[in-house]
Design a protein around this ligand. Structure first.
Ligand code: GLA
Length: 743
């Protein structure tokens, strides 16, 4: 006992003597070498190193594969500018750059002081290490504007969270015109590839890929919310690897559900930098003396296993550290949702009939969608009036909820709290509660306007009606919708110089409402929906349990949508519904099995009109729901390998999920249409324990007759699976389960 303590003390003394300070927690380590003025963060398989250079600037030194304990860094030295046209400040890899001193690269912070001064040069002041966390205070060279930079590395994945808190300690207000969470400097190398995600309503999650060349690629939303045009995620690969599970990849995502920007820039020094936070477009945040502005968190990590490995780390991080209740490893229930069956025509008898049918196939959560409140006959009226419609539900929602419970399901409800129709009691009473500029038109979208959640009275109203609903009724789940983006983002109730705060204060209040509701109603789960996947980001998933990736429920389109989604977000977060065929999006007809197998790759939902189903449909659905329940823990929480991509007109696509203990795996295989009599390609699973023995079983579909049934992980990974798929829109699901006896 004394031996350990004494040795420990000696190590500490030696470390202190050498000018080293260290903090360790759960395999993450933050250390500071006071002699060289170098900070180092290590966790999992990642090291991140930066130092204070001779000009007191924070300078990136290393970010990548984990280094040896003994590897040390010399004191950082600023880069020399190459000519009178390129001052040193642009070539020096700064961690957090103020706009000033001749900076032309994307700054992290740009400020205007009341005397007109717009020069900001940030220098190191102090730091503090605690657990996995490090905070560093930097300050302008002459003015009392302080920025606290926070660094926290996740022990399990090496994902580093960075953010900044900007404080005005001068005696006059100042205006922040641009504020990022962080700049990530990549190792000096010209040959990088950028991946990012783009889309539009019903066509979200397209993976884009391009070489990073000199210049700047700006990924951005000016929409007031995350948006689906681009998602706040990136991955950067060094060189180009032929295999998505190979190669070095740096990746990141912003935790912000408002307007945002990620700028990927290769400057004249051929250095790649990624800067992200609030978009500077139309941004101005006035900070009174003593005031502070906190940026969102910008998370980033590193993988040596390609974009595939990057997404697996990100999934692990999301489920382990970001989602509500993390790292609790639970499974999502199978839901039924009434939207595609009934549209706005909901009523007690109709919903109860659907609930009975849903329960008969094994559904665990019944969700009533739009149409239950106010005068909501269609999308022109009712938003804002969150009282139960008494013509549709004469006795309130209790009889329906009671019925749903008696069938063994819990109950969920659709809401769209941030929106208002002009044709509503709320609008007639509070026309001033919406975003808009006085005397100017207010652009409607889906006949609705956006409530200004930045206003304290609107925030209170939204919280109160939701709290009342959740207190009155036994509601287990809210589908929180948001069916348009902003236009005319005016906030006339505050001084003109404070109106642009709406971009920040709105989102903070949204998070505040979600946090308060969750605290008061801890059992309630929430889905983030925005007419599909227009509000999916690491900010909203800190408060919501799942997201709706797209209104497009065509099972074939979904293969690409889901493929793109999983580059950034975990399958457990991704709701996928089985709906009617032909699909409303494109009139494509597919079998019920195919629709189920496509949806079973995420959180399974059924959104079809069960009133139109045949007895056979119910039988098939019951069987598929049972199958799903057998595999869902692995599908939702396991490591995802995208074995064959559905992109580029591929005839096939295959995914595999491996449980965290590697004792079982689930392989989904899809065939678009057989051509020229080609056999289905052999499928090579990954991530199995090579020495363990696995039994293969086709849960749905079939393996070819010459397939082995029991073999080693090595065998399956290298000899492959031979799946028998022929025809059009065919699919199979195959499991690999470790044999107990061989463990
Ligand atoms: C959005 C959602 C749909 C449905 C409708 C209801 O479009 O994405 O799933 O809830 O709103 O109006």
């Amino acid at each position: 006992m004394c031996l350990r303590t004494c040795v420990g003390l000696m190590v500490l003394v030696v470390a202190m003597m050498a000018g080293m300070a260290k903090a360790e927690s759960n395999n993450a380590k933050v250390s500071y070498d006071a002699t060289a003025r170098v900070f180092r963060l290590d966790a999992d398989r990642v090291s991140y190193v930066f130092g204070v250079n001779e000009n007191d600037q924070l300078q990136t030194l290393y970010w990548g594969s984990k280094l040896a304990e003994g590897d040390s860094f010399k004191r950082a030295h600023s880069a020399r500018g190459t000519s009178s046209f390129d001052p040193s400040v642009n070539a020096t890899l700064q961690e957090y750059l103020g706009w000033g001193g001749g900076a032309y690269v994307e700054p992290d912070l740009k400020v205007t002081f009341p005397d007109g001064n717009r020069d900001l040069v940030l220098h190191y002041v102090s730091h503090h290490i605690e657990g996995n966390g490090l905070t560093i205070v930097v300050k302008d060279i002459s003015r009392n504007i302080f920025v606290t930079l926070a660094y926290e590395m996740d022990a399990k994945t090496g994902v580093l969270a960075r953010s900044a808190k900007i404080e005005n300690r001068t005696s006059a207000p100042l205006t922040i015109e641009q504020a990022s969470a962080a700049t990530w400097n990549l190792p000096g190398d010209a040959d990088y590839q950028l991946y990012y995600l783009t889309g539009r309503w019903a066509g979200e999650w397209n993976l884009q890929h391009q070489a990073i060349l000199p210049g700047k690629t700006v990924l951005e939303s000016r929409r007031g919310s995350t948006g689906d045009e681009t998602n706040p995620w990136f991955a950067i690969e060094r060189g180009t690897s032929a295999d998505e599970d190979m190669g070095e990849v740096w990746f990141g995502a912003l935790g912000w559900s408002g307007s945002w920007q990620i700028a990927v820039e290769q400057g004249s020094e051929r250095q790649v930098r990624v800067t992200g936070g609030f978009t500077p477009f139309d941004f101005a945040y006035r900070l009174a003396p003593g005031g502070a502005l906190e940026t969102p968190k910008f998370y980033a990590g590193y993988s040596r296993e390609g974009v595939g490995g990057a997404s697996r780390l990100l999934h692990q991080f999301e489920l382990g550290s970001v989602v509500p209740g993390a790292p609790r490893n639970h499974v999502r229930p199978v839901i039924y949702n009434s939207w595609e069956a009934t549209g706005f025509e909901v009523n007690e008898a109709g919903q109860e009939a659907l609930a009975e049918r849903a329960a008969s196939i094994g559904v665990e959560r019944f969700v009533m969608d739009d149409g239950w409140f106010g005068e909501r006959k269609n999308d022109t009226a009712g938003l804002g009036d969150w009282e139960v419609n008494s013509a549709k539900f004469p006795h309130g929602l209790s009889p329906l909820i009671g019925k749903v419970h008696s069938l063994g399901m819990d109950f969920g409800l659709w809401v769209e709290p941030e929106m208002i129709n002009r044709d509503s009691e709320l609008y007639r009473k509070h026309p001033d509660w919406v975003l808009g500029f006085p005397g100017r038109p207010q652009t409607e979208a889906r006949h609705q306007l956006v409530l200004n959640l930045a206003r304290p009275d609107v925030r209170a109203y939204v919280y109160e009606f939701l709290d009342k609903l959740l207190s009155t009724y036994d509601i287990a789940f809210l589908k929180w919708d948001y069916n348009r983006n902003w236009s005319e983002p005016g906030w006339p109730a505050v001084a003109p110089e404070d109106q642009k705060k709406v971009y920040v204060d709105y989102v903070r209040n949204l998070y505040g409402i979600l946090a308060d509701l969750r605290a008061k109603h801890p059992k309630v789960e929430i889905e983030s929906c925005s007419g599909g996947g227009a509000r999916v980001d690491l900010g909203i998933i800190h408060y919501t349990d799942e997201v709706w990736p797209s209104d497009n429920t065509d099972p074939f389109d979904r293969l690409s949508i889901q493929n793109g989604f999983t580059y950034a977000y975990a399958p457990r977060l991704m709701m996928a519904w089985v709906t009617d065929s032909p699909n409303w999006v494109n009139r494509r007809s597919t079998s019920l099995e195919y629709r189920f197998l496509s949806s079973m790759q995420g959180g399974l939902g059924i959104g079809a009109n069960l009133n139109g189903w045949t007895e056979d449909d119910f039988k098939v659905a019951k069987k598929m729901v049972e199958q799903y329940k057998q595999i869902r823990a692995t599908v939702q929480n396991g490591a995802l390998y995208r074995l064959i991509s559905p992109l580029g007109g591929s005839e096939w696509s295959v995914t595999e999920s491996v449980s965290s203990d590697r004792r079982d795996a689930v392989v989904f295989a899809f065939l678009h249409s057989s051509q020229m009599g080609h056999a289905y390609p052999r499928v090579f699973p990954r991530g199995l324990d090579q020495r363990a023995t696995y039994r293969v079983h086709a849960l749905d579909g079939q393996l070819t007759s010459d397939s082995a049934t029991v073999a080693s992980g090595e065998y399956w990974m290298h000899n492959g699976l031979s799946i028998d798929l022929r025809g059009d829109f065919q699919a199979a699901v195959v499991t690999l389960v470790e044999e107990e006896a061989h463990r």
